[in-house]
Design a protein around this ligand. Structure first.
Ligand SMILES: *Cc1c(COP(=O)(O)O)cnc(C)c1O
Length: 344
C-alpha cells in the first residue's frame, strides 16, 4: 500500500485531511446504508437538535499498523457499546454494535494510505459521532439522526510526548453533576470544561483535575482523561464515580495492573490521597498514559517527578499497552481486531 506523503514523525494531534468519511442517517426507525463522502462539511437543518439542545455524542479510537503490516483496531466493540450508552442517555437513536464496527472497517479501508507506518509513534485516530440532525423548535428529541466517522492521522496528544504534565485541582468549576451526563461521551461535558482548562493553561498548567461536584472531596478525572495513582505499596488506584467517563484505556490498564501484581482498586479517592502517591497518571485513547509530574491543590503542591521523567510503573504500563497495540506484545486478551492483513 502506497502511503500518503506525510511527515509521519512530526504529526500533531490535529486534523489532517484524508480521502473520505462515512455517513449514515436514521429516519422512521431505521439506519440507512453507509455512504463514503469526500466532503468535509455537513449540510444541516437550522433547527437540528444537536445545534440547539446538545443532542450530540462521540467516540475516539485508534488504528495502528503493526510490524508485520497488519492494520489493526484496539477494542472496537467497547467503543461501539459505549456509543450506544451515550445515545440512549441523551435520547438519541443508538447505532447498533455491528453497524458501528462495519462502519469503522469501511472508512479505515477507504483511507489505508493514511494509517501511519509502524515505528513512527503515530496512529490513525477514528472519530465516530452521532447527532440530532432533524429539526425541533420545542425541546424534544429529533426525528432524524446522523452517524458519521472521520479518520485522521495523529501524533502524540501532548507535544512533550511521554513526559510528565502538571495538573491543578479545579476548585471553582464542575465538569459534570452526580446524576448528570458525566458518564457518557457527549459534547456538553467538553463545553463545560473549556473555560477551566483554558484558565489552567494560562496559569502554566497542562490540565485541570476535577473533584466530585457534590462534596468537592473525591477525585473525578482530568478534562479529557481518567486519573490513576500508584500508592507507595504499589497498588493501582483509580476513582469510582458516577460522573466520570468509563475509559477503555483505564479498563485495559486495570487488567494489565492486575497481571503485574499491582492489585488495582477502583474506589472513591479522597483528594488528600494525592499527597501520599508515588506516581500518578492520566489515561485515555488520545494520550494512552500521560504521566503526572505534579498536582497543585490550593496552596499545596505534590511533585511526583523531580527529574522530568515518568515513573517506572507508569512507564511499564505504557510499554505494555502500546506493545499490545503495536503487536510487539502478544494479544492474549483478545483486544485486537485485524482490519486489513499486511502483505508478506
Ligand atoms: C474519552 C474520554 C476519556 C478516555 O476514554 P478512552 O476510552 O480511554 O479513550 C476519559 N475521560 C473523558 C471525559 C472522555 O471523554
Amino acid at each position: 500500500m502506497q502511503k500518503a506523503d506525510l511527515d509521519w514523525k512530526n504529526l500533531t494531534f490535529g486534523f489532517h485531511k484524508t480521502d473520505c468519511n462515512i455517513r449514515y442517517t436514521w429516519k422512521d426507525g431505521a439506519w440507512s446504508g453507509g455512504t463514503l463522502s469526500e466532503d468535509q462539511h455537513i449540510p444541516i437543518h437550522i433547527g437540528a437538535t444537536s445545534l440547539h439542545y446538545g443532542q450530540t455524542c462521540f467516540e475516539g479510537l485508534k488504528v495502528f499498523e503493526q510490524k508485520n503490516g497488519d492494520v489493526v483496531v484496539f477494542r472496537v466493540e467497547e467503543n461501539a457499546k459505549r456509543l450506544i450508552r451515550s445515545c440512549e442517555k441523551i435520547f438519541m437513536a443508538p447505532v447498533p454494535e455491528q453497524l458501528f464496527i462495519d462502519a469503522v472497517y469501511k472508512v479505515v479501508n477507504a483511507n489505508l494510505k493514511f494509517v501511519p507506518p509502524y515505528g513512527t509513534g503515530a496512529s490513525l485516530y477514528v472519530r465516530p459521532f452521532v447527532f440530532g440532525s432533524g429539526p425541533q423548535v420545542g425541546v424534544k428529541p429529533a426525528d432524524e439522526y446522523t452517524f458519521m466517522i472521520f479518520v485522521t492521522p495523529v501524533g502524540p496528544y501532548f507535544r512533550t510526548g511521554f513526559k510528565p504534565v502538571h495538573l491543578i485541582v479545579e476548585e471553582e468549576y464542575d465538569r459534570a453533576a452526580p446524576n448528570g451526563i458525566g458518564d457518557v461521551k457527549v459534547g456538553g461535558n467538553y463545553a463545560a470544561g473549556l473555560r477551566a482548562s483554558f484558565r489552567a493553561k494560562e496559569q502554566g498548567y497542562t490540565e485541570v483535575l476535577y473533584l466530585d461536584a457534590k462534596e468537592k472531596r473525591y477525585i473525578d478525572e482530568s478534562g479529557p482523561a481518567n486519573f490513576f495513582g500508584i500508592t507507595k505499596d504499589n497498588r493501582y488506584i483509580t476513582p469510582q464515580s458516577d460522573s466520570i467517563l468509563p475509559s477503555i484505556t483505564n479498563m485495559s490498564l486495570v487488567s494489565l495492573a492486575e497481571e503485574m501484581g499491582l492489585n488495582p482498586e477502583r474506589r472513591p479517592i479522597d483528594v488528600e490521597e494525592i499527597f501520599s502517591l508515588k506516581e500518578a497518571g492520566c489515561c485515555g485513547t488520545a494520550a494512552v498514559i500521560t504521566p503526572v509530574g505534579s498536582i497543585t491543590y490550593g496552596e499545596r503542591k505534590v511533585v511526583y517527578s523531580k527529574d522530568g521523567n515518568a515513573g517506572p510503573i507508569a512507564t511499564a504500563l505504557y510499554n505494555k499497552l502500546t506493545g499490545i497495540q503495536l503487536g510487539d506484545e502478544p494479544d492474549t486478551r483478545d483486544w485486537i481486531r485485524v482490519i486489513q492483513a499486511g502483505s508478506p
